[in-house]
Design a protein around this ligand. Structure first.
Ligand SMILES: [Zn+2]
Length: 296
């Protein structure tokens, strides 16, 4: 599609090396887009998902799935030595890593691997390793992430789509702190929030609403004290998103000299109450200064 000039949006791909034979050269990454496409680095997957009860937790599931032992905690995708070497071959060579880790035991495994890779270095490189989803990350792990320079990208739409299931069956009490946005914001860690499409629709307005309200499908709030304000939620999908891709020089804020990637909304979200955000409409979008969408 890039070669045909068909990409109206910039697309960054992360190639998985998870199943590559050891010794296979890393995919060549690039900071520069060619016709709207670049390879940004490498993607790894450390565990499954909380809603599928396949995320690797440190403590048992609230209700273990039928046929599993009462202390069932999910499972890793790779042994720790394999994770260590996979992570090291990427971050040790200054290639950006995005690693899927949902359960707090998978998160420990990822942080251990990053820590081992940088052990003995005087100065930490500006690696911006991204923990994808990071849903059950604990407070002590957030402290570790700040020290190691690992940043989370939260699937915060979960509070709406699976919030009730997480509270009643998957995590129990732990569900109230799923995707701990406020704890991350308070530590000034530059986090982002995302939709994982086609698992959920690519609807940024709903994501903004879920991030600021944390309301479940049944209308209950999941972790009131983990919500963030509208300004911080907007920063997560603009300024911090550009930063996580090493593109803060050209994207993420409205400034002279940056790329004219713009969204025109029906109202100013900063003047709205979080509970009213679903009323927002996207009126138009511009990419590279060219209008690519207009609401009918
Ligand atoms: Zn994932």
């Amino acid at each position: 599609m890039a070669a045909q000039g068909a990409l109206t949006l910039d697309t960054v791909a992360y190639v998985t090396t998870q199943f590559a034979t050891p010794g296979t050269p890393l995919p060549s990454h690039s900071w520069k887009y060619t016709n709207g496409f670049r390879v940004g680095g490498v993607k790894l997957f450390l565990d499954g998902s909380p809603q599928g009860k396949t995320a690797r937790l440190s403590k048992p599931y609230h209700v273990p799935p039928p046929g599993t032992a009462p202390d069932y905690r999910g499972y890793p995708t790779m042994a720790q030595e394999v994770t260590d070497s996979r992570v090291h071959e990427v971050v040790g060579r200054n290639v950006q890593l995005m690693a899927h880790a949902n359960g707090d035991a998978a998160i420990d495994s990822m942080l251990d691997a990053v820590e081992k890779s940088f052990a003995g270095r005087k100065n930490m490189p500006d690696h911006r390793t991204v923990m994808i989803h990071a849903q059950t990350v604990r407070e002590d792990q957030l402290d570790r992430m700040r020290t190691l320079g690992v940043v989370p990208s939260y699937f915060s739409a979960h509070s709406f789509f699976w919030g009730d299931w997480h509270r009643d069956s998957v995590l129990g009490e732990r569900a109230f702190r799923i995707s701990p946005l406020r704890s991350t914001n308070d530590r000034q860690i530059p986090f982002t929030v995302h939709n994982e499409t086609p698992v959920v629709p690519p609807d940024m307005i709903r994501l903004l609403w879920a991030t600021t309200n944390r309301q479940t499908r049944s209308g209950k709030v999941l972790g009131e004290d983990k919500r963030i304000g509208i300004r911080d939620a907007l920063a997560a999908i603009t300024r911090s998103a550009a930063w996580q891709y090493f593109e803060e020089e050209s994207k993420g804020t409205l400034e002279r000299g940056k790329r004219a990637d713009l969204v025109l909304l029906s109202e100013n979200p900063l003047n709205m109450k979080p509970e009213d955000l679903l009323r927002l409409k996207v009126v138009g979008t511009w990419s590279r200064g060219i209008r690519v969408f207009a609401a009918r």
